[in-house]
Design a protein around this ligand. Sequence first.
Ligand code: DAH
Length: 324
Amino acid sequence: MFKTECSNVKTTTELDKLRIKYLGRKGLIPYYIKKFQSLVLIERKYFCKKINVVKNKIYTLINIKKIFLEDLYTQKKKNTPYIDISLPGRRSDIGAIHPITGMLYYIESIFCQLGFQIIYNGFEVEDQYHNFDALNIPVFHPARNMQDTFWFNANDLLRTQTSNMQIHALEKKKLPIKIIMPGKVYRKDYDQTHSPMFHQIEGLIIDKDISFSNLKWIIKNFLSIFFEKKMTFRFRASYFPFTVLSAEVDIMNHSNSWLEVLGCGMVHPNILKQFDIDTTIYSGLAFGMGIERMIMLYYGVNDLRAFLKNDLKFLQQFKQGRYY
Ligand code: DAH
C-alpha cells in the first residue's frame, strides 16, 4: 500500500504529507507501536521488531524518493530558458571605415583644400582606347603586355590606371579642369607591396598658363599637409607616355633614403590635340598616386596584404581614424 502511494507522489510537498501519514507523531506506525503495548511481552517483542523493519523501509523509501524529486526539479530548471532581466544587454560593435577608404577620404580632403573637385565613379571596365591609346601609350609599351593587364577580350579590360579618367574628363570638352579622380585599378601583380586590385588618385589641371611650377607647388603643399610636417622631397626625371616633362616624386624617410610616392608631369600636347584644345593657349598638369603606397608610408606598414585579410585585430588599430 505504501509502495503504490509513494510511487504516485509527484512533488516534495506530497511526499512530506505521505511521510507524516506514516511516520508522523500521529501517523500509522506510532499508532501501531502504541497498540502493541497492550500485548503480552513475547508478542509485543515480536510485533515491535516487525514494525521497526517496516518503519525503516518506509523511511529509506521516502528518502530515496526525496532525492529523486529534487533531482527532477533541478533538471527541469536547467532545461527551461531562464531570463535574467538584470543582466546588461548585448553590445553590438559599431563598424568603422576601412583604413584604405579612410586614407582615400583623407587625401581627397587635402585636394579639396587646394581647390580640386572630386570625380567619383570612374570606369573600371574600360576599352583600350581610354586606358592606353588616347593616353599616348603605344602598342609596344610594356604596360599593354598580357602580364600586367586583365583583358576581357581584344578590346576590353580592367583599367590598369586611373589615368583613363583624364580622357573621359577631356571628352566633356569643358575647360578649365581642376579635378581629382579616385578609384580602383587592376593589375596582374601579387606580393608584399602589390595586390591585383588597388587604389589610385589621379589629378588633372587644364587651364591657361599652367606650368611645372604649379605642379611643384601643389605637390609640395600636398605632401606637407599629408605628413603634417615639412617634407624633404625631390622631383626625379622620369618617363610617362602621357606627360612630357615627366617626374617621379620621392620623399626622404627617417633613415635618410628616398622613397617614391607618386608620378606626375605636364600633360603631353598629343593628348590635348586629340580634343582640339589649342596648346598654345592651354596646358595641363597631371599626377597619379597609389593609395596603398601612401598608407604604407604613412603608418609604416610593410605588408600591404594585411589590409586585405579582414583581420579585425589588425584593422581595429586604425579605428581612431583621423581623416574626417
Ligand atoms: N598612371 C601612372 C601609373 O599608374 C601614374 C601617373 C604618372 C599618373 C604620371 C599621372 C602622371 O597622371 O602624370 O603608374
